[in-house]
Design a protein around this ligand. Structure first.
Ligand code: SAM
Length: 256
């Protein structure tokens, strides 16, 4: 019997009705190129395998990789790797071709989401279980309490849809928090395009690094008074008042 490892965020799904609901939400088509992050003991993996021709999984825990290999089916390709380091473009380069799913390890969920949005152009959708609080941050509207860097960066790339909550007793061991299933759909055509993505990401990072500061202060090194005049955005505001579009405008003002 595998003893759940805290350091790998192991909370295994055990409630069959929840598992079924997640698989129905993923609704895999035979030809989908599906990738599961953190298959664990296969709670989602095995039901998914029944519905598709091919499944790639990424698992960091050696023991779980061995467990899965023993049960291996031809359709299953197991990558024993850290999903945070995984190069998703090694699986496909075709635009919007990958579907990525998983009950994610909560201890690395935010960095993992940041890693994944770097591959948004080759992803068709992502369906994840995450802490409710992280989903709320991803989906937050401008000026909401939980609107921040994660909201802006995810919403730049994706449509975010919180689907349903899952209570801790659906897992073994139960996590401390309520979980939520979320669907992220990368835009085929970005609504607002940053001319220099790295600069945009830096503007957003700096703007939220000291939330209580005005934009003029937090972005002092990146945006001059002259730039602010041209931008028609009030620099006395705080970051949480700005939409994705506003951040893109600020970023693009440097590049034009
Ligand atoms: N999918 C299984 C389920 O629903 O029962 C397990 C989910 S558990 C919350 C998270 C899984 O992610 C574990 O199997 C864990 O070993 C794996 N994991 C943790 N950190 C990882 C990483 N950096 N890269 C890949 N897998 C990771």
């Amino acid at each position: 019997m595998h003893k759940p490892r805290k350091r790998f965020g192991q909370n295994f799904l055990r409630d069959q009705s929840v598992i079924q609901r997640i698989v129905e939400t993923i609704s895999p088509k035979l030809s989908d190129h599906l990738i599961e992050i953190g298959p664990g003991l296969g709670a989602l993996t095995f039901p998914l395998l029944k519905k598709i021709d091919k499944l790639d999984v990424i698992e960091i825990d050696r023991d779980l990789v061995l467990f899965l290999k023993n049960k291996a089916e031809d359709k299953l390709t197991i990558y024993e790797q850290d999903a945070l380091q995984f190069d998703f473009s090694s699986l496909s380069q075709k635009p919007h071709s990958l579907r990525i799913v998983g009950n994610l390890p909560y201890n690395i969920s935010t960095p993992l989401i940041f890693h994944l949005i770097g591959y948004a152009s080759i992803i068709s959708d992502m369906i994840f279980m995450l802490q409710k609080e992280v989903v709320e941050r991803m989906a937050a509207a401008v000026d909401a309490d939980d609107y921040g860097r994660l909201s802006v960066m995810v919403q730049y790339h994706c449509l975010v849809e919180a689907l349903f909550d899952v209570s801790p007793d659906a897992f073994n061991p139960p996590p401390q928090v309520t979980s939520t299933i979320v669907r992220l759909v990368p835009y085929e055509k970005l609504p607002h395009v940053a001319k220099n993505y790295a600069h945009f990401a830096e503007v957003v990072k700096q703007a939220f690094s000291q939330r209580r500061k005005t934009l003029r202060n937090s972005l002092k090194k990146l945006v001059s008074d002259e730039d602010w005049k041209n931008l028609k955005i009030n620099p006395e505001l705080r970051a949480e008042k700005l939409s994705v579009e506003d951040f893109v405008k600020i970023s693009n003002s440097k590049e034009s």
